[in-house]
Design a protein around this ligand. Structure first.
Ligand code: FMN
Length: 400
C-alpha cells in the first residue's frame, strides 16, 4: 500500500514538473517577443507565475539557462549619466548589481549583464566541487515576498568556474561589465583560511573584485569567521595573497557580513576592517538572515536556512547604517537585502551604500525589475536634487 502511495505521489510530482516545463516552454515559444522585449507586467503577471509552477530549485536552474542562452530582455538604451559611479577604483554604468548565489558557477554572466545589471557577482565558489545540501533546499515564501535557502555552497569548484571566466573574458566581442567573484570554503575543508587564499590566487586575475564570504548560514562554522581574531587572521592572509599577485591591477577585496551580528560583533568587524583601510576595499551588507520576523505568513517559514527578500529589507538597511557610522563612512558598502524598488535602493544608498545588489526580487519580478529599479532611482535622485548616486551616499547620517 505504502509503495503504491509513494509511487503515485512521485509520478504526480513528476507530471506536475513536466507540465510546468511544457507550459513555460509554450509560454516562451508563443511569447518569444515579450520574453526578449521584457514588459514588466508580462513578466510579473504571466511568465514569473508560470515559472513558479516549478519547484524553486528547478525554476532557478531554468532561469540560469535562460540567461545563459540570452532568452532574456536586453537593455538597449544606455543608463543615464546620473547613475554611473566609481567605487573602489572600478567604473559602474549603474549601481544595481546581481547578488551572489544566482549564477553560482559563472554560466550566464553575459546574459545577466545584458539585462541591465551594473555588475554581476558570480559564486559562492568553493575550491573543490561539492554538491551542497540535499534537496529540497530552496523555498518560496510567496505571501512574504521572500525566499529561504539552505543550498550549502553547491559549487562546480574553482577549476570549472575559472575556465568559464577566462573564456568569457577572451571571447572576441564579449560584453564588457564589472564582474566580481564571491569566494566560499568547502564544507569539510581542513584549512578554511587556505580555501579563501586559494580563491584569491585563482580568481585574482579574472575578477573586478573579490568577496570574502564569511556570512552564509548554511556552512557549519562559517559565520564564526566574523569573530575578531579569526577575521584578522583571515583578512591578513587574504590581503597578503592579493598583494603577492603579479598583476597590474590587483582586485579590490570586500567582506560580506551577516545581518545577525550583535552590536559588539559589528564594532569588532568595523575595527578589524578600518585598521586595514586601503587593504580591505569594502563591505557587502548583508547576507541572508537566520532570524524569522513574527510577520512571516508562509508555511515555509519553519524551514532551516537563510531568509532573504522583503522581510530582510529593514534589518539589512539598519546594518548598513551601523557599519557606515562605525567606519565613519570610509569603507565603501554594497547594500543588499530586500531591494525590489527604486525607493528600496535609495534607502540603502542614503544609509551608506555606494552600490546595491538584489536577488530575491528577480525571482518574483523577473528581469524587468532591474530597469524598474534604475528608472525609479534616477527619478528619486533628481527629485532630491542629486546629480549623481555618489552625492546621495550616506546622506541620512549627514542630516542628523
Ligand atoms: C537562493 C539563494 C542563494 C544564495 N547563495 C548565496 C551564495 O552562494 N553566496 C552569498 O554570498 N550569498 C548568497 N545568497 C545571498 C544573496 O547574495 C543576498 O545577500 C541575499 O539574498 C539578500 O538579498 P535579496 O533580499 O535581494 O535576495 C543567496 C541568496 C539566495 C536567495
Amino acid at each position: 500500500m505504502s509503495t503504491i502511495k509513494t509511487r503515485t505521489t512521485f509520478s504526480f510530482a513528476k507530471y506536475m514538473k513536466e507540465l510546468g516545463i511544457m507550459m513555460i516552454g509554450g509560454t516562451l515559444a508563443f511569447t518569444g517577443f515579450e520574453t526578449i522585449s521584457g514588459g514588466e507586467k508580462f513578466y510579473k503577471e504571466v511568465l514569473m507565475p508560470s515559472l513558479q509552477m516549478l519547484d524553486a530549485e528547478t525554476a532557478h536552474r531554468f532561469a540560469v539557462k535562460a540567461a545563459k542562452y540570452k532568452m532574456v530582455p536586453r537593455q538597449w538604451t544606455p543608463d543615464p549619466p546620473s547613475l554611473s559611479t566609481t567605487v573602489f577604483g572600478r567604473k559602474f554604468k549603474n549601481p544595481v548589481g546581481l547578488a551572489a548565489g544566482f549564477d553560482k558557477d559563472g554560466e550566464a554572466v553575459e546574459g545577466l549583464l545584458a539585462i541591465g545589471f551594473g555588475f554581476v557577482e558570480v559564486g559562492s565558489v568553493t575550491p573543490q566541487p561539492q554538491p551542497g545540501n540535499p534537496p529540497p533546499r530552496v523555498f518560496r515564501l510567496r505571501e512574504d515576498n521572500a525566499i529561504i535557502n539552505r543550498y550549502g555552497f553547491n559549487s562546480e569548484g574553482h577549476a570549472a568556474v575559472l575556465q568559464r571566466r577566462v573564456q568569457d573574458r577572451e571571447r572576441p566581442g564579449a560584453m564588457k561589465g564589472v564582474v566580481g567573484v564571491n569566494l566560499g570554503k568547502n564544507k569539510e575543508s581542513p584549512s578554511p583560511i587556505g580555501d579563501y587564499v586559494e580563491g584569491v590566487k585563482q580568481f585574482g586575475g579574472v575578477s573586478d573584485y573579490l568577496v570574502v564570504n564569511v556570512s552564509s548560514p548554511n556552512t557549519p562554522g562559517l559565520r564564526d569567521m566574523q569573530g575578531r581574531e579569526r577575521l584578522e587572521k583571515l583578512l591578513d592572509q587574504v590581503v597578503a595573497a592579493r598583494d603577492n599577485l603579479k598583476l597590474d591591477q590587483k582586485p579590490p577585496i570586500l567582506v560580506k557580513i551577516a545581518p545577525d551580528l550583535t552590536q559588539k560583533d559589528k564594532e569588532d568587524v568595523a575595527a578589524v576592517v578600518t585598521k586595514r583601510e586601503g587593504f580591505i576595499d569594502g563591505f557587502i551588507i548583508s547576507n541572508t538572515t537566520i532570524s524569522r520576523p513574527s510577520s512571516l505568513q508562509s508555511d515555509h517559514k519553519v524551514e532551516t536556512g537563510g531568509l532573504s527578500g522583503a522581510p530582510l529589507r529593514t534589518l539589512a538597511t539598519d546594518t548598513i547604517s551601523d557599519m557606515y557610522r562605525l567606519t565613519k563612512g570610509k569603507i565603501p558598502i554594497i547594500g543588499v537585502g530586500g531591494i525590489a524598488s527604486g525607493q528600496d535602493a535609495y534607502n540603502k544608498i542614503k544609509a551608506g551604500a555606494s552600490l546595491v545588489q538584489l536577488y530575491s526580487a528577480l525571482i518574483y519580478g523577473g528581469p524587468p525589475v532591474v530597469s524598474k529599479i534604475k528608472r525609479e532611482l534616477g527619478q528619486l535622485l533628481e527629485a532630491d536634487g542629486f546629480s549623481s548616486v555618489a552625492e546621495a551616499v550616506g546622506v541620512d547620517h549627514k542630516a542628523t
